[in-house]
Design a protein around this ligand. Structure first.
Ligand code: 13P
Length: 248
């Protein structure tokens, strides 16, 4: 199982960041668990994890530009130099700040060009009765992956994060049944974009109100390969409980 911890802007000091890194290493000692931590960029650049810990770093976002006269931008290459090996791309909070599907596609290409494993975030704002939300998910995946070569498409991790669940507590998370349905749908869309043996191998994550109390139920019944966790990954006391609950 892959656990990606998106600290967002919840974590602002080095002491807490270091505590979370230590907890990430502990979590990665659980059977079949790998951990990716996504700290705010300035903290990422001063943290280290050491080798063979089962823990890696991700950028929370990368620039759509390559290097140049772009004040304030953090390029994929700069993140790679700081120790990131993954990059979140198209998170709904970045889309809300202006990232269109076209910008997301550019960022995906930048990440791949620097050998960062992209975690492409997709998700609907709300669910309607007619299934329009499914069309939106398809559109987000297709516009991002279609411009890529087949072997690049196979490197992308998909994180399904419905906006209506993000930031809420466990009771607001998607049900395991609905998630299982969505996972199947995402894999069907991927099968159209990937060739033979790669279809079906893509890592699919779920994010949105994942907390220590609901992770096991979602992990058991929903067909996902792991989770993208926000608020519950940024509080050391809560993050520690994931290790306990997954080991239990
Ligand atoms: P929460 O876990 O806080 O709902 O956030 C999910 C998310 O946006 C992770 O990227």
């Amino acid at each position: 199982m892959l656990i990606v911890a998106n600290w967002k802007a919840y974590v602002e000091d080095l002491a807490r960041a270091k505590k979370l890194v230590a907890l990430g290493k502990k979590l990665a000692r659980a059977d079949k668990v790998s951990v990716v931590l996504a700290p705010p960029a300035p903290l990422l650049s001063v943290l280290s994890i050491g080798r063979k810990t089962g823990v890696a770093f991700a950028a929370q976002d990368i620039s759509a530009t390559a290097g140049g006269a772009y004040t304030g931008e953090g390029t994929a290459q700069a993140f790679a130099a700081a120790g990131a090996t993954y990059a979140l791309v198209g998170h709904s909070e970045r889309r809300a700040a202006g990232d269109t599907d076209a910008v997301v596609a550019e960022k995906l290409a930048r990440a791949l060009a620097q050998d960062l494993v992209p975690v492409l975030c997709v998700g609907e704002k709300e669910r309607d009765g007619e299934g329009r939300y499914l069309a939106r998910i398809r559109e987000e995946i297709v516009t991002a992956l279609e411009p890529l070569e087949l072997r690049e498409r196979a490197r992308v991790i998909i994180a399904y994060e419905p906006l209506w669940a993000i930031g809420k507590d466990a009771s607001a998370a998607i049900s395991a049944n609905d998630l299982a349905e969505m996972t199947l749908y995402i894999r069907k869309v991927l099968a159209e974009l990937l060739s033979g043996r790669n279809a079906g191998r893509t890592t699919v994550l779920y994010g949105g109100a994942v907390e220590p109390e609901n992770i096991r139920g979602l992990a058991a019944d929903a067909g996902v390969d792991g989770f993208l966790i926000g608020h519950a990954s940024a509080d050391p006391a809560v993050f520690a409980a994931f290790a306990k609950n997954l080991a239990a």
